[in-house]
Every structure is written in structure tokens, then in C-alpha cells.
Design a protein around this ligand. Structure first.
Ligand code: INR
Length: 321
């Protein structure tokens, strides 16, 4: 199949965003009239080492994996096109990400909307983890929302085939606000708990309308966590002092009550968030366990308030009249 011709099936409508590895365009499938997200990834020479036809085998393996992922709360990878120096990933398209939605809303998200989103996100994470896939970079920018109340994860999985970067392809700094403490302390054997921590940070942000731990460097990130959660100790997190980047000289902060920082709507909400922000990754509940919590039993599809987001007019199938 000639991939250059395949690309002609899409009409680029404009830039949607910039992911970690490449620019994302809003595009239209000329045949079906459906909008898609077209993600262009420039392949560096490095990735081509030892690979036939210029396609990095690790990336291709990962993409094969992604194509097998099917969940209502994960953006669907529809197609993959590649040339010698570029990869094009075709995804389903959603008009808005959670970061923009939160930036534009005047208040913290409604309790019912937070619950709705948490149910869908934990469901998606349980699905990914059951397929032994870690997202590793959950954050509001990677969570796409629609007007019906769905939320979908994007920009995941690829992070595994390319090593954890510190900057995007345009040299933008990658946020550490959602990074789990075990990662910040240099744990190499991290597991599914890293995604639960990130999701906890996202939940707190939906309730506060600002980030819970907005660090601007690795040490600032750790200290932002420590100042609220307390400096981790051996009694609540056995083995923490043995992690590569743990320092005996860390200031010893006492834990604050999260209730004094996050304005909870009810106790069940507070219980769920506290579980997700448990220090010891071994004690942190899994997505499957959290899905059994009472809080989520009453979750239902709740629509976001999109009055501040007029639906932008795009060229439709018939073209401009
Ligand atoms: C929007 C994005 C809407 N939709 C930014 C965006 C602003 C407004 O990145 C996006 C995507 C979409 C998107 O609709 N589908 C996907 C991004 C990505 C994958 S990725 C799929 O992987 O994060 O670049």
C-alpha cells in the first residue's frame, strides 16, 4: 500500500494540538466525511537503526498493540501510515481537552461530572492495566471530552517505545505535576500505581480548578507533594529510603489533611481521592478495586457545561456554500 496516497484521503483542517511526539491535526476523511485526529510523528535517524524499511520495530510493535486496544474511554487508533521519516497515526477526533475545559469554566467541576469522569477514567485504566499497558503520562491535556459527557484518554502507550522524554519535540517542558512519587524518587520497577496517582492528581484538579502539586522542577515537584502529604517515612512506605533519589536530608514535613486543601462535595469523594494518593505503591488500590467503591456506584453520564465553547464551524462534506 502506498502510504503517500493514503494520506490524500484526508483533508487537513488545522492544527489541534501538540502531543509529546508530534503535531496533531484536525482532519476530515474525504470519503466518510468524518473528522479524525491526524498525528504526525517525525522519526529520528536513531529510531531507524537496525530496522528494515525505516520503520522502528519497537514503535511498530507498540502501534500493533495500540490497534488492539478498544475501549469507549480511550481514543481509538483507526489507522497507521508510514513513510521513511514520518509516522501518521489516525485517531478518532474530539473537540476539546479537559485542560481547556477546566481553564474556561468559572468554577470547579460539578460533583456529578467529576464522578462521571472518574468512573470512565478508572474503567479505561482497569482495561489498560488488564492488558498490561501503562499510560504513564495521564494529565488533563491528554484527556479529551465531548458534549455528551464522555472522556477519552489520548497520547498513551507510545511513551513506552520511546524513552521517557523531558521535552516535547518542540522543546516544550513536559509537566511533572501528575508524576507519582516513586518515579520522582527514581524507582525503576514502577507499576500500575503510577497511573492511579496521576488520576488522583487530575481528580483533585477537577475539584479545585487548579493543580494540586504544580512543581516546576523534579525537586520542587517532590517538595510540593511532601508539603501536603508529608515527607514519606518508612512506617507508611517501607523501603522508601532505599529508593535511588531519596535523601536523608529531605526536610521532614508533617502530612496535612487533604480536606483542608481540596473542597470535597462528600465523604465518598474524599475517600476515593485519599486512596489514589496513597504513598506506598504497594498499598495504593488498583483501578479494579477502586471501581467497587460506593462513590462510583451512582455515576451516570453527565454533560459538561459547554456554553463557553461555541461549536466552531468547519468545512463540511458539501464544502462552503
Ligand atoms: C483536540 C486536541 C481538541 N483533540 C487539542 C487534541 C485541542 C482540542 O490533541 C485532540 C485529539 C483528538 C487527539 O481529538 N484525538 C486525538 C490527540 C491525540 C490522539 S495525542 C488522538 O495522542 O494526544 O496526540
Amino acid at each position: 500500500m502506498d502510504n503517500d496516497n493514503k494520506l490524500d484521503r484526508f483533508l487537513k483542517l488545522g492544527k489541534a494540538g501538540e502531543g509529546t511526539y508530534g503535531v496533531v491535526y484536525k482532519a476530515k476523511n474525504k470519503l466518510t466525511g468524518k473528522n479524525v485526529a491526524l498525528k504526525k510523528i517525525k522519526l529520528q535517524k536513531f529510531y531507524n537503526k537496525g530496522c528494515s524499511e525505516g520503520v522502528p520495530s519497537t514503535a511498530m510493535r507498540e502501534i500493533t498493540l495500540l490497534k488492539g486496544v478498544r475501549h469507549s474511554s480511550i481514543v481509538e487508533l483507526l489507522d497507521v501510515m508510514y513513510t521513511t521519516d514520518k509516522l501518521y497515526l489516525v485517531f478518532e477526533y474530539l473537540d476539546l481537552d479537559l485542560k481547556r475545559y477546566m481553564d474556561h469554566s468559572k468554577q470547579p467541576l460539578e460533583a456529578e461530572l467529576v464522578k462521571n469522569y472518574m468512573k470512565q477514567l478508572l474503567d479505561a485504566i482497569a482495561y489498560l492495566h488488564s492488558h498490561r499497558i501503562l499510560h504513564r503520562d495521564l494529565k488533563p491535556q491528554n484527556l479529551l471530552v465531548d458534549k455528551e459527557g464522555h472522556i477519552k484518554m489520548a497520547d498513551f502507550g507510545l511513551a513506552r517505545s520511546f524513552s521517557l522524554p523531558t521535552r516535547t519535540y518542540t522543546h516544550e517542558v513536559i509537566t511533572m505535576w501528575y508524576r507519582a512519587p516513586e518515579l520522582l524518587l527514581g524507582e525503576k520497577m514502577y507499576c500500575t500505581g503510577v497511573d492511579i496517582w496521576s488520576l488522583g492528581c487530575v481528580m483533585a484538579e477537577m475539584l479545585m480548578k487548579r493543580a494540586l502539586f504544580p512543581g516546576d522542577s523534579e525537586i520542587d515537584q517532590l517538595y510540593k507533594i511532601f508539603r501536603i502529604m508529608g515527607t514519606p517515612q518508612e512506617d507508611d512506605w517501607p523501603g522508601v529510603q532505599l529508593l535511588p533519589d531519596f535523601k536523608a536530608a529531605f526536610p521532614k514535613w508533617l502530612p496535612k489533611n487533604l480536606r483542608d486543601i481540596v473542597k470535597f462535595n462528600n465523604t465518598e469523594e474524599e475517600i476515593l481521592l485519599k486512596e489514589m494518593l496513597t504513598y506506598d505503591p504497594a498499598k495504593r488500590k488498583t483501578a479494579k478495586e477502586l471501581l467497587k467503591y460506593n462513590y462510583l456506584k451512582t455515576a451516570k453520564l453527565t454533560t459538561p457545561d459547554l456554553t463557553a465553547f461555541p461549536v466552531e464551524e468547519t468545512i463540511d462534506e458539501a464544502g462552503p456554500s
